[in-house]
Design a protein around this ligand. Sequence first.
Ligand code: FES
Length: 166
Amino acid sequence: MRSDQSEDTVENVNTKAGVERRGFIALVVGWCALAVAFGSSAVASVRFLIPNVLYEPSRRFRLGRPEEFPEGSTFMEELRLFVLRKGNSFRALSAVCTHLGCTVNRAADGRTYFCPCHGSHFNETGGVSGGPAPKALSWHEMSVTKDGRLLVDLSRTVQPDKYLVV
Ligand code: FES
């Protein structure tokens, strides 16, 4: 009788220890899951504060010294740009058609522009004078570098009446 009681007692103790162990493991797993959830949420929140930045190549180009440009219009094929010189005044007009992006040409009159793709016409200030182009050609900001070269910024547009005087 005494040994039965002692066996029961040992079983009870083992059962209690098993329940306590399971409870402890469940508690640890629960806290770990909570920590992972809060941790990932915190990482996502911090990541949200950092803006996504798209690094693109610069759209500023050195063109050359002002005296290298003849009076009138010079077409810069690689930039698809007309550099217009009148005395000491310079302007840069985009040759990218605003319809579907073809390169516009100077018309025979030497002042206006036309697009060979779908026939848009642009006047002296780049404004649309005919064809499907939805808006005017853009003028780009020009400046002079420290070493005296013309610089054009294709990411910045200016009004048609804005000149760079050197
Ligand atoms: Fe110039 Fe269509 S791309 S008119």
